[in-house]
Every structure is written in structure tokens, then in C-alpha cells.
Ligand binder design. Structure first.
Ligand SMILES: [Zn+2]
Length: 433
């Protein structure tokens, strides 16, 4: 149990997409009041703090921004050691680095130690929830659930399904993969703050039998997510076309096997056609923008306006995609998303970015009301950001005249050095004094 407390400072939260009016809730001298059970009881201007909290302990962060902890909507737990490993493109990168490293996660002790290091990294970067890929091994996903449960985290993961086109040591079978997934769902889905994602690596590494089995699992477990990749690189898209010659396009493969729905989360979506966007809109799936990864692997430039075109807007999230991504920091990720938007001639404001990294991702993961907000009843998973964390940032901060100015500089210049404190369920788990 966490003890009640007040966290006071400049609060920021969203009640909706900031492209709509009155979506931003911010107080220069604000406060978040946390109940004994770790949920938010009240948030608002500090002078309006209800009398019932008059004797509650206060953590005061003058000039710091207190907001919901970041949500990373797509990150790979078993790749955490191989960040910044270069290769000519996605398929070469997987073959040269990712598959070999992931093969180690079949060892229980190795996976358990890695899970702790991975969660330490998320938290030190201000990320309090994630939808994470694991490896093909049942024990790896189990280890991550164990570590996340011990820390009281809201975390979603699953054993990766992959039964072809990768080294033998990281392949399962259609039947074995489905059985392991079902076992993990029974053991972990809905336990404390943990949820299960039926995890198809991507169409390249699954047979039709495996995709069919994954679709059956998704239909049989309506609370679970479906997590995969789509339309990331040109070579990958060609490969999918060769393997599924009957498909209209990449998205059609997932649609055909019943893998698209309101709980489906697909990373990348860089080269989606109008038809594919329509299907993703109709099914309610979310596409996750992973800019540092896309730039690092030269995969392409995400077109946010194409995805969100009026008439058939596709739900969009944002994520690091470590270790294709080059930073655990959602601030760095938002800064890179801004640059990608500039290269595409699109507009991406700081408010767009901070919304996506909190409430936007929460909505896409089906966790609205639970995380990504400072509203009453949500879990008090908080990040405290210092807009003047470095000399460069401090100089820039002197010129900021508005909240949006401050947030823009934070997303362009900030990283884990700007994370002053992190709270999980109202308990401080990371903090610089
Ligand atoms: Zn990925």
C-alpha cells in the first residue's frame, strides 16, 4: 500500500486531443492528491486543495512540470542491450543483431535479470507503462510480468509468435506458440495491473497456420491486445507480398486472419495505402509512430496527416521502438516526431506530442481512465520534468513565454536528465534530490 501524498508543481494533463478546444488542463501552481491505494483523489490549482488534505505530506516541485507518466506504446524488452547497432535496413538488422540477442532469453536467470534492467531504464526515462515485445520464449514474457508486478506497474506484454524465417532457436510452432500464449494469458492477464498482448512478430515470421491460431486466440480472449508490426520497410513489404500472394496488401494479411480490432496495435505503418488506412479505421486498430527507429533504420517518414485524414482517421500512438529506436526517452521520441513531420510538411505541436505520449497512447491501449491522465480515479503514475535540467535547457527556458514554449523545448532538448522524479501508484520510485 502506498501512503497518501500531495505532489505540487506545474501540472499538465489532457482531457482530449489538443486539436479540440479545451483539451489541455494545466495549473502553474497545481497539485495532485494521491489516495492510500495509489489512485488520484483530486487534482487542480493548489490554492483550491480541499481541506481534507491539509495534513497530507507534500512533495513540492516549484517550476517543474508534473504530468502523467509517459506510456511507451511499442518497445522490445529483449533488445535492450543492442540499442544503436547499425545495419543497412530492417531485415538486415534483425538477422545480424536482433535474432541472435533474443535467442538468449530462453534462459530464465538471464531473462529475469534483463527484465529488471529493462524496467529500470523505462522508469529512469519517465516511462511508467509500456506495451512491450518479449522474445519467443514463454519464460521471458513470464519474467517481465514477474518484475513488473513486483514494482506495481501497468504493463502489457506477451510471448512472441514466430514459426518461420528466423534462426531455429527463436522459432516456435503454430500449436506450441498458441499453447504457451494461452498459458500466459491464464496466468497473467488481468492480474494486478498486467495485461496480455497476443504478439505476432510480423507477417514475415509467421505461417498461415500460426496467424490463424493467433486470430483464434484474439477472438477467444476479448480483453487481450494484439501487438505486431506493419508496413515498416520496402524489403519487408515485398517479402510479405511473396509469402501471401493472395493478399491485397500487408494489412490484408492481418485482417484475413482476424487480427485487427479495437485492441490491435501495429507499429510503424509508414507505407500504408488509402485502402489499408480505411481498413485500420474501420476495425479501430492503432498504428504507432516510432520516429527514432524509422530514421535509424532508414525505413521511411511517417505521414501523420495521411493516417489521420478526416473521413477515415486511423488511431495514432507514439513509441520508442527500442532497440530499432535509439532512445528510451519519450521526449527524444517526440522531438524526432517533430522533425519527421517537418520533413513531410506536416504540423506537429508540442501539445500533440505530449498528448500522444500520455492520454493518446492510453486510449489506444484501452487504458483511458486508468493511466495517462491526472483525473480522479486514475492511477497516480507521474513524471516530474525539469525544463531547466541542463545548461542548454536552462538558457532556452529563460525565453519560454508559455506552457507550449516550455514543452516544445523539453521535447527537443530533453531526455532522462530532465526527469526529476517518477511516481508509481503515488510512491516515488525514481528521483534526483
Ligand atoms: Zn518494433
Amino acid at each position: 500500500m502506498t501512503s497518501a501524498r500531495i505532489v505540487r508543481g506545474r501540472t499538465l494533463s489532457f482531457r482530449d486531443d489538443p486539436r479540440r478546444d479545451d483539451a489541455v488542463v494545466s495549473h502553474d501552481d497545481g497539485a495532485v492528491a494521491v489516495r492510500d491505494d495509489g489512485r488520484i483523489e483530486w487534482s487542480g490549482p493548489y490554492p483550491d486543495l480541499p481541506a481534507q488534505f491539509s495534513s497530507t505530506a507534500i512533495d513540492h516541485f516549484p517550476d517543474q512540470i508534473i504530468m502523467p507518466g509517459f506510456i511507451d506504446a511499442h518497445v522490445h524488452f529483449p533488445q535492450h542491450r543492442m540499442i544503436a547497432a547499425p545495419a543497412e535496413d530492417l531485415l538486415a538488422w534483425l538477422n545480424r543483431f536482433a535474432f541472435h540477442e533474443e535467442a538468449r532469453y530462453g534462459e530464465a536467470a538471464f531473462a529475469a535479470a534483463a527484465a529488471e534492467r529493462f524496467l529500470d531504464k523505462l522508469i529512469s526515462h519517465g516511462t511508467t507503462s509500456a506495451l512491450a515485445f518479449s522474445s519467443v520464449h514463454k519464460v521471458a514474457a513470464h519474467s517481465l510480468f514477474v518484475a513488473a508486478q513486483r514494482r506495481g506497474l501497468c504493463l502489457i506484454t506477451g510471448k512472441t509468435l514466430m514459426d518461420r524465417n528466423a534462426p531455429d532457436e527463436i522459432l516456435d510452432t503454430a500449436e506450441g506458440g498458441a499453447r504457451d500464449s494461452a498459458d500466459l494469458i491464464a496466468r497473467w492477464h488481468g492480474v494486478d495491473r498486467l495485461r496480455y498482448a497476443i504478439t505476432v512478430r510480423f507477417a514475415v515470421t509467421s505461417s498461415e497456420a500460426q496467424l490463424r491460431a493467433a486470430g483464434d486466440l484474439y477472438a477467444d480472449n476479448p480483453g487481450c491486445l494484439m501487438h505486431t508490426h506493419v508496413s515498416e520497410s520496402a524489403g519487408e513489404i515485398d517479402f510479405v507480398k511473396q509469402q501471401f500472394p493472395w493478399s491485397r496488401d500487408y494489412t490484408d494479411v492481418y485482417d484475413h486472419f482476424g487480427l485487427l480490432g479495437g485492441n490491435s496495435v501495429l507499429a510503424h505503418g509508414l507505407h500504408l495505402s488509402e485502402r489499408e488506412c480505411q481498413v485500420l479505421h474501420d476495425t479501430g486498430a492503432m498504428v504507432v509512430h516510432c520516429p527514432t527507429s524509422n530514421n535509424f533504420l532508414g525505413s521511411g517518414l511517417f505521414d501523420i496527416d495521411h493516417l489521420r485524414a478526416p473521413g477515415r482517421p486511423v488511431k495514432v500512438g507514439v513509441a520508442t521502438d527500442v532497440a530499432g529506436g535509439t532512445s528510451y526517452s519519450m521526449l527524444q521520441t517526440l522531438g524526432e516526431a517533430y522533425k519527421v513531420a517537418m520533413l513531410k510538411g506536416r504540423k506537429f505541436t508540442a501539445l500533440d506530442g505530449f498528448y500522444l505520449a500520455t492520454l493518446g497512447n492510453a486510449r489506444g491501449l484501452g487504458l483511458a481512465g486508468e493511466i495517462g491522465t491526472l483525473e480522479r480515479g486514475a492511477w497516480a503514475d507521474l513524471v516530474v520534468l525539469d525544463p531547466a535540467a541542463t545548461e542548454v535547457m536552462a538558457a532556452r527556458d529563460e525565453l519560454s513565454e508559455s506552457l507550449e514554449d516550455t514543452l516544445f523545448a523539453l521535447m527537443m532538448l530533453g531526455d532522462d536528465r530532465a526527469v526529476r522524479a517518477v511516481y508509481i501508484k503515488g510512491g516515488k520510485v525514481h528521483g534526483k534530490e
